[in-house]
Design a protein around this ligand. Structure first.
Ligand code: NAP
Length: 287
Protein backbone atom coordinates (compact mmCIF):
# COMPACT_ATOMS: atom_id res chain seq x y z
CA UNK A 1 0.00 0.00 0.00
CA UNK A 2 1.45 3.36 -1.08
CA UNK A 3 0.80 6.38 1.15
CA UNK A 4 1.43 10.02 0.38
CA UNK A 5 0.38 13.51 1.50
CA UNK A 6 -3.25 12.89 0.45
CA UNK A 7 -3.73 9.57 2.28
CA UNK A 8 -6.84 9.54 4.50
CA UNK A 9 -6.91 7.53 7.72
CA UNK A 10 -9.67 5.47 9.31
CA UNK A 11 -9.24 3.33 12.39
CA UNK A 12 -10.61 1.19 15.17
CA UNK A 13 -11.01 2.48 18.73
CA UNK A 14 -11.14 -0.35 21.28
CA UNK A 15 -9.23 -2.40 23.81
CA UNK A 16 -7.93 -4.94 23.01
CA UNK A 17 -7.57 -4.41 19.25
CA UNK A 18 -4.69 -6.74 18.43
CA UNK A 19 -6.84 -9.54 16.95
CA UNK A 20 -9.18 -7.39 14.88
CA UNK A 21 -10.12 -8.39 11.32
CA UNK A 22 -11.33 -4.86 10.46
CA UNK A 23 -8.06 -3.81 8.72
CA UNK A 24 -8.56 -6.78 6.35
CA UNK A 25 -12.01 -5.44 5.42
CA UNK A 26 -11.16 -1.75 4.98
CA UNK A 27 -7.67 -1.93 3.50
CA UNK A 28 -8.85 -4.45 0.90
CA UNK A 29 -11.90 -2.33 0.05
CA UNK A 30 -9.66 0.75 -0.28
CA UNK A 31 -7.40 -1.17 -2.64
CA UNK A 32 -10.36 -2.42 -4.65
CA UNK A 33 -11.89 1.08 -4.98
CA UNK A 34 -8.45 2.67 -5.59
CA UNK A 35 -9.14 4.94 -2.58
CA UNK A 36 -6.08 6.58 -1.01
CA UNK A 37 -7.00 5.38 2.50
CA UNK A 38 -5.42 3.35 5.29
CA UNK A 39 -7.16 1.69 8.24
CA UNK A 40 -5.29 1.11 11.50
CA UNK A 41 -6.12 -0.11 15.03
CA UNK A 42 -6.00 2.37 17.95
CA UNK A 43 -5.81 0.83 21.42
CA UNK A 44 -7.64 3.24 23.75
CA UNK A 45 -7.79 2.96 27.56
CA UNK A 46 -11.23 3.52 29.15
CA UNK A 47 -10.27 6.84 30.76
CA UNK A 48 -9.05 8.25 27.40
CA UNK A 49 -12.17 7.80 25.25
CA UNK A 50 -12.95 11.53 25.13
CA UNK A 51 -9.33 12.32 24.19
CA UNK A 52 -9.46 9.61 21.50
CA UNK A 53 -12.68 10.88 19.83
CA UNK A 54 -11.69 14.56 19.95
CA UNK A 55 -8.08 13.75 19.01
CA UNK A 56 -9.17 11.68 16.02
CA UNK A 57 -11.32 14.58 14.82
CA UNK A 58 -8.46 17.05 15.32
CA UNK A 59 -6.17 14.77 13.31
CA UNK A 60 -8.63 14.89 10.38
CA UNK A 61 -9.34 11.17 10.66
CA UNK A 62 -12.11 10.32 8.20
CA UNK A 63 -13.93 7.81 10.37
CA UNK A 64 -13.53 5.23 13.11
CA UNK A 65 -15.05 1.97 14.15
CA UNK A 66 -15.60 1.51 17.86
CA UNK A 67 -15.44 -1.85 19.57
CA UNK A 68 -15.65 -3.21 23.12
CA UNK A 69 -15.56 -1.75 25.71
CA UNK A 70 -16.18 1.74 24.28
CA UNK A 71 -19.38 1.41 22.19
CA UNK A 72 -21.49 3.34 24.71
CA UNK A 73 -18.68 5.43 26.21
CA UNK A 74 -18.10 7.36 22.94
CA UNK A 75 -21.68 8.67 22.76
CA UNK A 76 -21.28 11.80 24.95
CA UNK A 77 -18.45 13.01 22.69
CA UNK A 78 -20.35 12.92 19.39
CA UNK A 79 -21.83 15.82 17.48
CA UNK A 80 -24.82 13.75 16.40
CA UNK A 81 -26.21 10.22 16.63
CA UNK A 82 -28.30 8.12 14.27
CA UNK A 83 -31.75 7.30 15.79
CA UNK A 84 -31.24 3.52 15.69
CA UNK A 85 -27.83 3.78 17.40
CA UNK A 86 -29.47 5.96 20.03
CA UNK A 87 -32.22 3.38 20.50
CA UNK A 88 -29.74 0.56 21.17
CA UNK A 89 -27.39 2.82 23.13
CA UNK A 90 -24.29 1.66 21.29
CA UNK A 91 -22.22 3.18 18.49
CA UNK A 92 -19.72 1.20 16.44
CA UNK A 93 -19.03 3.70 13.65
CA UNK A 94 -18.03 7.38 13.75
CA UNK A 95 -18.61 9.35 10.56
CA UNK A 96 -16.88 12.70 10.11
CA UNK A 97 -19.30 15.65 9.78
CA UNK A 98 -18.94 19.43 10.18
CA UNK A 99 -17.86 20.10 13.76
CA UNK A 100 -17.61 16.51 15.03
CA UNK A 101 -18.44 12.85 14.43
CA UNK A 102 -21.91 11.38 13.91
CA UNK A 103 -22.36 7.97 15.56
CA UNK A 104 -24.00 4.99 13.83
CA UNK A 105 -24.51 1.36 14.69
CA UNK A 106 -23.67 -0.78 11.67
CA UNK A 107 -23.73 -4.07 13.67
CA UNK A 108 -27.46 -4.08 13.26
CA UNK A 109 -27.81 -3.51 9.50
CA UNK A 110 -24.70 -5.71 9.19
CA UNK A 111 -26.48 -8.60 10.85
CA UNK A 112 -29.52 -7.91 8.65
CA UNK A 113 -27.50 -7.95 5.41
CA UNK A 114 -25.76 -11.15 6.56
CA UNK A 115 -29.10 -12.82 7.33
CA UNK A 116 -30.63 -11.71 4.04
CA UNK A 117 -27.60 -13.03 2.17
CA UNK A 118 -28.01 -16.37 4.01
CA UNK A 119 -31.73 -16.49 3.15
CA UNK A 120 -32.97 -16.21 6.76
CA UNK A 121 -36.57 -14.95 7.02
CA UNK A 122 -37.27 -12.65 10.00
CA UNK A 123 -40.78 -11.43 9.20
CA UNK A 124 -43.31 -13.40 11.22
CA UNK A 125 -40.57 -15.46 12.90
CA UNK A 126 -40.47 -16.70 16.48
CA UNK A 127 -36.98 -15.82 17.72
CA UNK A 128 -34.95 -17.05 20.69
CA UNK A 129 -32.13 -14.65 21.59
CA UNK A 130 -29.50 -16.28 23.83
CA UNK A 131 -27.88 -13.56 25.94
CA UNK A 132 -28.86 -10.06 27.03
CA UNK A 133 -25.60 -8.12 26.50
CA UNK A 134 -24.75 -5.53 23.85
CA UNK A 135 -25.00 -7.76 20.79
CA UNK A 136 -28.13 -9.53 22.05
CA UNK A 137 -29.74 -6.15 22.49
CA UNK A 138 -28.91 -5.07 18.93
CA UNK A 139 -30.04 -8.43 17.52
CA UNK A 140 -33.34 -8.33 19.43
CA UNK A 141 -34.04 -4.75 18.30
CA UNK A 142 -33.33 -5.77 14.72
CA UNK A 143 -35.68 -8.75 14.94
CA UNK A 144 -38.44 -6.51 16.32
CA UNK A 145 -37.78 -3.85 13.68
CA UNK A 146 -37.91 -6.39 10.83
CA UNK A 147 -41.24 -7.88 11.86
CA UNK A 148 -40.51 -10.88 14.10
CA UNK A 149 -43.79 -12.06 15.64
CA UNK A 150 -42.40 -13.23 19.00
CA UNK A 151 -39.02 -12.70 20.69
CA UNK A 152 -37.82 -14.58 23.77
CA UNK A 153 -34.67 -13.37 25.55
CA UNK A 154 -32.95 -16.26 27.34
CA UNK A 155 -30.20 -15.26 29.75
CA UNK A 156 -28.23 -16.53 32.75
CA UNK A 157 -29.25 -13.37 34.64
CA UNK A 158 -33.02 -13.25 34.24
CA UNK A 159 -33.31 -9.63 35.41
CA UNK A 160 -31.17 -8.49 32.45
CA UNK A 161 -33.38 -10.44 30.05
CA UNK A 162 -36.46 -8.84 31.61
CA UNK A 163 -34.93 -5.35 31.39
CA UNK A 164 -34.25 -5.89 27.67
CA UNK A 165 -37.80 -7.16 27.11
CA UNK A 166 -39.20 -4.05 28.84
CA UNK A 167 -37.07 -1.78 26.71
CA UNK A 168 -37.90 -3.40 23.37
CA UNK A 169 -41.57 -3.35 24.36
CA UNK A 170 -41.47 0.43 24.59
CA UNK A 171 -40.42 0.73 20.94
CA UNK A 172 -42.23 -2.28 19.47
CA UNK A 173 -45.49 -2.87 21.41
CA UNK A 174 -46.86 -5.11 18.64
CA UNK A 175 -44.22 -7.85 19.23
CA UNK A 176 -44.82 -10.67 21.73
CA UNK A 177 -41.89 -10.42 24.16
CA UNK A 178 -40.79 -12.80 26.90
CA UNK A 179 -37.81 -13.31 29.20
CA UNK A 180 -36.66 -16.81 30.18
CA UNK A 181 -34.00 -18.21 32.47
CA UNK A 182 -31.76 -21.15 31.61
CA UNK A 183 -33.79 -23.53 33.80
CA UNK A 184 -37.03 -22.63 32.01
CA UNK A 185 -36.35 -24.04 28.54
CA UNK A 186 -38.63 -27.08 28.40
CA UNK A 187 -41.54 -24.91 27.21
CA UNK A 188 -39.73 -24.29 23.90
CA UNK A 189 -40.58 -27.75 22.60
CA UNK A 190 -42.37 -27.04 19.32
CA UNK A 191 -40.20 -28.85 16.76
CA UNK A 192 -38.44 -26.60 14.23
CA UNK A 193 -40.40 -23.53 15.34
CA UNK A 194 -37.65 -21.05 16.17
CA UNK A 195 -34.88 -18.95 14.72
CA UNK A 196 -32.21 -18.79 17.47
CA UNK A 197 -29.51 -16.14 17.79
CA UNK A 198 -26.57 -17.07 20.01
CA UNK A 199 -25.29 -13.76 21.41
CA UNK A 200 -23.26 -14.80 24.47
CA UNK A 201 -19.49 -15.26 24.45
CA UNK A 202 -19.74 -18.95 25.46
CA UNK A 203 -17.96 -21.13 22.89
CA UNK A 204 -15.48 -18.51 21.72
CA UNK A 205 -11.89 -19.59 21.03
CA UNK A 206 -10.13 -21.12 22.99
CA UNK A 207 -13.13 -22.62 24.85
CA UNK A 208 -14.54 -24.02 21.63
CA UNK A 209 -16.23 -27.09 23.13
CA UNK A 210 -18.54 -25.03 25.39
CA UNK A 211 -22.04 -23.75 24.70
CA UNK A 212 -24.70 -21.98 26.77
CA UNK A 213 -27.27 -24.80 26.43
CA UNK A 214 -26.16 -28.45 26.12
CA UNK A 215 -29.58 -30.16 26.21
CA UNK A 216 -30.05 -31.63 22.72
CA UNK A 217 -33.88 -31.54 23.17
CA UNK A 218 -33.73 -27.72 23.13
CA UNK A 219 -32.09 -27.75 19.69
CA UNK A 220 -34.94 -29.75 18.13
CA UNK A 221 -37.06 -26.60 18.42
CA UNK A 222 -34.62 -24.60 16.25
CA UNK A 223 -34.90 -24.44 12.45
CA UNK A 224 -32.04 -21.91 12.06
CA UNK A 225 -29.22 -21.08 14.45
CA UNK A 226 -27.20 -17.89 14.04
CA UNK A 227 -24.10 -17.69 16.24
CA UNK A 228 -22.57 -14.21 16.64
CA UNK A 229 -19.20 -15.89 17.32
CA UNK A 230 -16.88 -16.24 14.31
CA UNK A 231 -13.87 -17.87 15.94
CA UNK A 232 -14.11 -20.86 15.80
CA UNK A 233 -15.92 -20.97 12.45
CA UNK A 234 -17.98 -23.96 13.58
CA UNK A 235 -19.13 -23.51 17.18
CA UNK A 236 -20.58 -26.16 19.49
CA UNK A 237 -23.92 -24.28 19.25
CA UNK A 238 -23.86 -24.57 15.45
CA UNK A 239 -23.00 -28.28 15.65
CA UNK A 240 -25.91 -28.97 18.02
CA UNK A 241 -28.32 -27.05 15.74
CA UNK A 242 -27.19 -29.08 12.72
CA UNK A 243 -27.33 -32.39 14.62
CA UNK A 244 -31.01 -31.65 15.30
CA UNK A 245 -31.70 -30.98 11.63
CA UNK A 246 -31.44 -27.16 11.60
CA UNK A 247 -29.31 -24.80 9.51
CA UNK A 248 -26.44 -23.00 11.25
CA UNK A 249 -24.36 -19.88 10.51
CA UNK A 250 -21.51 -18.10 12.30
CA UNK A 251 -20.94 -14.36 12.89
CA UNK A 252 -18.25 -13.73 10.26
CA UNK A 253 -20.70 -12.38 7.68
CA UNK A 254 -22.15 -9.97 10.23
CA UNK A 255 -18.63 -8.74 10.92
CA UNK A 256 -18.05 -8.38 7.17
CA UNK A 257 -21.22 -6.37 6.58
CA UNK A 258 -20.88 -4.10 9.63
CA UNK A 259 -17.50 -3.15 8.12
CA UNK A 260 -18.86 -2.84 4.58
CA UNK A 261 -21.61 -0.48 5.76
CA UNK A 262 -19.10 1.63 7.73
CA UNK A 263 -16.90 1.86 4.62
CA UNK A 264 -19.92 2.94 2.56
CA UNK A 265 -20.77 5.65 5.11
CA UNK A 266 -17.21 7.01 5.18
CA UNK A 267 -16.66 7.02 1.44
CA UNK A 268 -20.10 7.52 -0.09
CA UNK A 269 -19.85 4.36 -2.20
CA UNK A 270 -21.90 1.19 -2.58
CA UNK A 271 -20.00 -2.09 -2.09
CA UNK A 272 -21.30 -4.75 -4.48
CA UNK A 273 -22.10 -8.33 -3.45
CA UNK A 274 -19.15 -9.61 -5.50
CA UNK A 275 -16.74 -7.17 -3.79
CA UNK A 276 -18.11 -8.23 -0.38
CA UNK A 277 -17.68 -11.89 -1.33
CA UNK A 278 -13.98 -11.35 -2.13
CA UNK A 279 -13.40 -9.59 1.21
CA UNK A 280 -15.26 -12.40 2.99
CA UNK A 281 -12.84 -14.96 1.53
CA UNK A 282 -9.87 -12.84 2.68
CA UNK A 283 -11.35 -12.63 6.20
CA UNK A 284 -11.64 -16.43 6.32
CA UNK A 285 -7.95 -16.74 5.36
CA UNK A 286 -6.91 -14.22 8.05
CA UNK A 287 -9.15 -15.49 10.86
P1 NAP B 1 -21.63 -8.79 26.57
O1 NAP B 1 -22.34 -7.50 26.45
O2 NAP B 1 -20.50 -8.91 27.55
O3 NAP B 1 -22.74 -9.91 26.93
C1 NAP B 1 -22.33 -11.22 27.25
C2 NAP B 1 -23.55 -12.15 27.39
O4 NAP B 1 -23.05 -13.48 27.60
C3 NAP B 1 -24.46 -11.83 28.56
O5 NAP B 1 -25.79 -12.16 28.23
C4 NAP B 1 -23.94 -12.79 29.66
O6 NAP B 1 -24.92 -13.18 30.58
C5 NAP B 1 -23.57 -14.00 28.82
N1 NAP B 1 -22.54 -14.78 29.49
C6 NAP B 1 -21.22 -14.47 29.62
N2 NAP B 1 -20.58 -15.43 30.31
C7 NAP B 1 -21.52 -16.37 30.63
C8 NAP B 1 -21.48 -17.61 31.33
N3 NAP B 1 -20.33 -18.11 31.83
N4 NAP B 1 -22.63 -18.32 31.45
C9 NAP B 1 -23.80 -17.85 30.94
N5 NAP B 1 -23.90 -16.69 30.26
C10 NAP B 1 -22.77 -15.96 30.10
O7 NAP B 1 -21.03 -9.29 25.19
P2 NAP B 1 -21.42 -8.77 23.70
O8 NAP B 1 -20.63 -7.56 23.37
O9 NAP B 1 -22.89 -8.74 23.60
O10 NAP B 1 -20.84 -9.95 22.78
C11 NAP B 1 -21.48 -11.22 22.72
C12 NAP B 1 -20.85 -12.09 21.62
O11 NAP B 1 -21.03 -11.50 20.34
C13 NAP B 1 -19.35 -12.31 21.77
O12 NAP B 1 -19.10 -13.68 21.58
C14 NAP B 1 -18.74 -11.51 20.65
O13 NAP B 1 -17.57 -12.11 20.14
C15 NAP B 1 -19.82 -11.57 19.60
N6 NAP B 1 -19.76 -10.41 18.65
C16 NAP B 1 -19.84 -10.67 17.33
C17 NAP B 1 -19.81 -9.63 16.41
C18 NAP B 1 -19.87 -9.93 14.94
O14 NAP B 1 -19.70 -9.01 14.12
N7 NAP B 1 -20.11 -11.15 14.55
C19 NAP B 1 -19.71 -8.29 16.84
C20 NAP B 1 -19.65 -8.05 18.21
C21 NAP B 1 -19.67 -9.13 19.11
P3 NAP B 1 -25.19 -12.33 31.96
O15 NAP B 1 -26.08 -11.18 31.57
O16 NAP B 1 -25.85 -13.31 32.86
O17 NAP B 1 -23.85 -11.89 32.44
Amino acid sequence: MKTDGRTRTCGLIGNPVEHTLSPVIHNNLAEDFLHNLVYVPFKVESDRVEDAVKGAYALNILGCNVTVPHKSAVIPFLKDIDPMAEKIGAVNTLVRTDGGYKGYNTDLPGLYRAMVSDGVIIEGAQVLVLGAGGVARAAAMLMADKGARRIVIINRTLSKAQALVDEIGKFYPEVILEAASLDDLSRFNEKGAYLAIQATNIGMYPKCDETLIEDSKFYEAIHTGYDMIFNPADTRFMQLVRESGGKAYNGLKMLLYQGVIAYELWNGVQVSDSQAEIIYEKMKQNR
